[in-house]
Design a protein around this ligand. Structure first.
Ligand SMILES: [Zn+2]
Length: 173
């Protein structure tokens, strides 16, 4: 039995006593989260959220990509979210390689170049990466300035979320 078969079987159990069929489409807590896809983060329980409370947009690294922006814009304008959070985490796989190296490895392994993805978004400094993701959200012309955008690093060893302080221009930190 493949893992896919196993999870389909598990879903039959889940559906057997399903009670969430009447949730509204807009997130109840009006929150949208961009988080890394890391398997060690189970976003809802780690933030005290329930099904239906928030949008959770996940990708490798918790990067504010064009597609994450697309989701955030839809989340706010069509589904009413009013606060955004970015979550990266310690021991992230994205800290372990460089875009150019992965690209050339894949190119030589497959014998072909590819136009997409244009970037893998590997990074070498965790907190700085979080700040850059916040800046990408804030700088977007369609995202209202009054939406709070805060960033965090989740510690995979302790389960604790630590806020990343913003670096303000001209202020030492
Ligand atoms: Zn990660």
């Amino acid at each position: 039995m493949s893992v896919t078969d196993e999870v389909v079987a598990a879903n039959r159990q889940y559906a057997a006593d399903f009670k969430l069929g009447n949730l509204a489409m807009p997130p109840a807590r009006k929150l949208a989260i961009v988080a890394c896809m890391d398997a060690r983060m189970t976003v809802e329980p780690m933030l005290g959220l329930k099904t239906g409370d928030a949008h959770i947009i996940r990708n490798a690294g918790g990067i504010v990509t064009e597609d994450a922006l697309r989701s955030l814009i839809i989340s706010h304008y069509l589904l009413g979210t009013q606060e955004f959070i970015v979550i990266n985490h310690t021991d992230c796989g994205m800290l372990t390689f460089k875009d150019e190296d992965l690209r050339s490895k894949l190119q030589s392994a497959t014998g072909t170049a590819a136009v997409a993805p244009a970037a893998f978004h590997a990074f070498s400094e965790l907190e700085q990466n979080v700040r850059e993701q916040i800046q990408k959200v804030r700088a977007h012309p369609w995202i209202p300035q009054n939406i709070p955008v805060r960033g965090f690093v989740y510690d995979v060893k302790t389960g604790r979320l630590n806020e990343v302080a913003e670096k303000r221009a001209g202020v030492a930190s």
